[in-house]
Design a protein around this ligand. Sequence first.
Ligand code: ZN
Length: 232
Amino acid sequence: MKIYADNQMLAAGLIGGTLSRQTGNMRETALQTPIYQELDIPPEKILHFHQTHSDKIIFISSPDEARTFAQKPLQEADAWVFTNCPGWGAAVLTADCVPLFLWDNTGTVFALAHCGWRGVAKKLPYKTALALKQSGIKNPLFAFLGPHIQKCCFEVQPDTACQFSAQSVFHRDGKIFVDLNAEIRLQLEQAGLAPENIHAPNRCTCCDKENFFSWRRDHIRQNLLSFIYKPL
Ligand SMILES: [Zn+2]
């Protein structure tokens, strides 16, 4: 199993990352269970939601709250913010969108967001990072951007480009491209993260067919799984 993860997230005592496509199309939820089991994560302790490219955040502030949430029908949202929830975690599905991981260096608070360009334009990265700040934690916060469509492939039309900061938009061969890494970095810095704590490797889901699904490339509904979990 190949997992794209961040060493500092693991050092904070969290388990998580984005799985490569070799583990299969994670829209088939039955495929997720053996993966969690292999990692010693109880599958029923991973929360799910219905993603809608919104800026809605679900806050889970205690194991009791997590338990209650797990029994409800799927809610609509695009980001998770966990505080003081050992033994719980959450997942998102992507194929070109950005799986955004946030955490503090003790793993007391953590977040996972599904950031498509619409979510980024609605400032979901900023809002999620701010929610972690407002949890009252004083520790340094870190961020990791999992594999997603990079500026090499993310061509957009002018009506999309105009929803981003000028410095995240550029022109090449008469076409317009958006750099989601740059845009998210900007938002996270606005929320108070130190630039050196934002880790955004240039792994492009659209270029790397061997390892990733890509909606832009294939137009097939296949998803990569990203998850984050704090062991007990
Ligand atoms: Zn690319």
